[in-house]
Write a protein that binds this ligand. Sequence first.
Ligand code: MN
Length: 490
Amino acid sequence: MKSAIKALIEKEPTSLIRRAFLFSQNAHEGQKRKSGEPYFVHALATAEILSSWHLDETTIAAGLLHDTVEDTGVPFETIKKEFGDEVAFLVDGVTKLGHIKYRGAVSKGIEQNKAENLRKMILALSQDLRVVFIKLADRMHNMQTLAALPPAKQKRIALETDEIYASLAYRLGMHNVSGELQDLAFPYLHPREYEWLLAATKERYATRLKYLEKIKPQVKKLLEDHDIHPLDLEIRAKRYSSLYKKLLKRDMDLERVNDLVAMRVIVATVPECYATLGVIHEAWRPLPRRIKDYIAIPKPNAYRSLHTTVVGPEEKTIEFQIRTKEMHDENEYGVAAHWLYERRRSGEIVSGKKLAQEIAWVQQLKHWQDRLEGNKEDPEEFLRAMKIEFFQHRIFAVTPGGDVVDLPEESTPIDFAYHVHSEIGDSATGAKVNGVIAPLNHKLKSGDVVEIVTQKGKKPSEDWLKFVKTSMAKDHIRSMMRKRESKRWG
Ligand code: MN
């Protein structure tokens, strides 16, 4: 693969990215991954993925450095001194996200709740969407190389990827990223179904691909004859994970899935999208009820495209998806693309259409935000700053095992202990926060890893009532006090 990062470095030898590249290479020197590859390969791959999402150089530099603090012992202060506050902030955010682990849960209800909490925590901890982008790129490469890990770990990471990260990417409109993560997790989560699907669709995929490759020049010529010059004609196979979901709804009948492979036409403008549709319909008969105008009426997730299925040459059906480059990028990269276009046009006048689009984005995020917290923050401001502020009155701390505890601001280790388990709260004698001994009234911050030291038979102290924040902790402490009193008197 051609390295976009190396090309960037050659173009601009004094850049931030070059410095980050050399620093990371040096810091990871001698480290190996489970696969036996040098560790730096992972840092570089993460940065390559970020660059393919068109993210800015600060994010790419932070991608190169994302494991240096956690895995090589480079002090955080060094990153700050060498690369500035912004890069350091991003690296710190990714490091904190690394402490969270998701294992699913026994009952379905709890599982959904837990997954939702975790997604909330990831956003809260990140504070900046770029931290999420780096984490997604990091996870993408880890999933691509998951085969090197032991099976139990593979399962846990695949589950976490599917339920937390793919779903987070989806909510951020990053459909390509979400789909790819789901596809990477699928063989680990459903190995038998995956094998079956692979065998059952191999020929069908091959036949469809061959057919579309054959007619691609015809489509190109047809459009050019009508003075439409597509920027790209892409043949697009349906992902296994999404095909599997569709098949579950279609009695596992492959005959009933006709968008196994589609052709994507990318053009310059919206009028060209409609002109393309017209030319295609004139040449080949469209199937009824298969024409979808998601440009005039975008999907609720803001997806925009024209879809149609026609009877093409040799009487075979073809699904076309027609869109502009910008729609394409937004469909695939969601918030990340939005951010790109936002940067590109800073200084330009924002047209009415752009504004409408922007509002569609804001609406989507706002809807999500409302559902999560009922927060009344101004969503437009939130989007502009790309800061995630809707959890500012909550903190999310982590157990040493990676479980998340959701607490109000200014909570203490005692609040944390009671939220993990009442017995842990009752018998707490001390706490370690991020590996360092801390007083029981210490104010926790999001991302803190909290370990509670307990002693059997120890009872809660009345003094704790002076500093605990949560009613859960207060109730437990009071009830233990009452028990003690009644024993004393009775
Ligand atoms: Mn990593």
